[in-house]
Design a protein around this ligand. Structure first.
Ligand SMILES: [Ca+2]
Length: 390
């Protein structure tokens, strides 16, 4: 999870959504669409501007979130989580809920409440066992620590995927609006592509919720209730990256099938096309119609064919890498790389640099001091700290 909190952003975001006076769904049809760029053929840079230090190892780490003091909360997909110091000392968190750990599923994202300094709440996502199949679940709990222990208390489930069931591709990424009033949640298609276009199925969507899990009254279809009421955008496949940029725009990365990974600018009420269109094809080789054939669907700003397999994404705002400020950093799984994205003022973006790290990068986060931290998707997955090369 990655948040920006400044008063300037708070002032900027609401007018952008409401200024026209039109319902969000009507605005979505009138805003211009930037051209798609294929960045799939980009090569890693010959040199890296950073040094890499291995700090600790975890069993299939999935997500990390920094506390204000520079320590981290790190989840492991099989169902454990840790409080971790910058020196790699770990305390296993008590009271993590039971997860259905299999393949891509398990314990997923963790994020601090926008009011963490006061409420000590954290949010976490996981695939839970359930009748009728496993269920992507969003919960909140109070983070407590003391006397060498740490854990969660008072866990409350505030959202569950409906209907239950599905296979991998859970999504499960949490992001908070810059004003801290709403939570955005990615829900993958659970490997059922057709459901991404079904309005009453919580699959293949980005949802916008109040911090208690209830539906905001100003969502595009709030009055419809249920999944429709919660839905912010439709037509996503497997979104593992979601973050607000410094100007308050929301960006999402999602994995395509064979080709067609996407970076999307998320705007309320829009449909991003999966599983009707893609810039990639099925693994079987069966082609999928391209975005350009269906103008009613919003195309990606950047896509990757061949793929990078985007994991977590974070915007850089720190002092250690001044040239990266305003950029997004994406962890690459199959590309085994860190990828830097640059943005223009018109909603455009492009891959600026790619650095080979020799490891499947699951998540990336920026520490309070501006160092960049990444975790490796492996059973002995490394936690690594990136600082400027000396
Ligand atoms: Ca798409």
């Amino acid at each position: 999870m990655k948040i920006f909190v400044t008063s300037a952003i708070c002032l900027a975001l609401a007018p952008a959504m409401l200024a026209s006076g039109l319902p969000a769904s009507a605005q979505a049809q009138t805003a211009p669409q930037p051209p798609s760029i294929n960045a799939g053929d980009r090569r890693p840079a010959a040199t890296r501007p950073f040094e890499i230090a291995e700090v600790a190892r975890f069993d299939t780490p999935w997500a990390m979130a920094f506390l204000p003091d520079g320590r981290m909360l790190i989840t492991e997909k099989p169902g454990r989580a840790f409080l971790v110091t910058q020196q790699g000392e770990k305390i296993q968190l008590a009271n993590i809920p039971q997860v259905a750990a299999s393949g891509q599923n398990g314990l997923l994202d963790i994020a601090l409440s926008p009011r963490f300094a006061e409420d000590r709440q954290v949010y976490l996502t996981y695939v839970a066992p359930g009748q009728g199949g496993s269920v992507l679940t969003l919960a909140t709990a109070r983070f407590v620590e003391g006397q060498g222990r740490a854990g969660l208390e008072g866990l409350r489930v505030i959202w569950r995927q409906t209907p239950a069931g599905g296979r991998g591709q859970p999504g499960g990424i949490i992001a908070f609006a810059p004003d801290g009033r709403h939570l955005f949640l990615t829900v993958g298609d659970r490997m059922e592509p057709e459901t991404a276009q079904v309005p009453d199925q919580a699959r293949g969507k980005v949802l916008r919720l109040n911090l208690d899990g209830s539906t905001p009254a100003d969502n595009p279809q709030a009055s419809a209730g249920g999944v429709r009421g919660q839905t912010w955008t439709t037509g996503h496949r497997n979104p593992y990256g979601l973050a607000f940029d410094p100007a308050g725009k929301l960006w999402l990365t999602e994995m395509g099938p064979r080709g067609g990974d996407e970076l999307n600018l998320i705007q309320p009420g829009r449909n991003y096309g999966w599983g009707e269109v893609s810039n990639g094809d099925n693994y079987s080789g069966v082609p999928i119609p391209r975005h350009a054939t269906r103008p009613e669907f919003t195309p990606p700003v950047v896509y990757w064919t061949p793929v990078i397999s985007p994991g977590g994404m974070a915007f850089y705002d720190g002092p250690l890498f001044p040239a990266w400020r305003g950029s997004a950093l994406i962890g690459g799984l199959s590309s085994r790389a860190l990828i830097r994205i640059v943005f223009d003022a018109n909603g455009g973006a492009d891959e600026a640099e790619r650095w080979s790290l020799g490891a499947r990068i699951r998540d990336v986060a920026v520490a309070p001091d501006g160092a960049v931290w990444v975790i490796e998707d492996a059973s002995q997955g490394r936690l690594m700290r990136l600082t400027p090369a000396s």
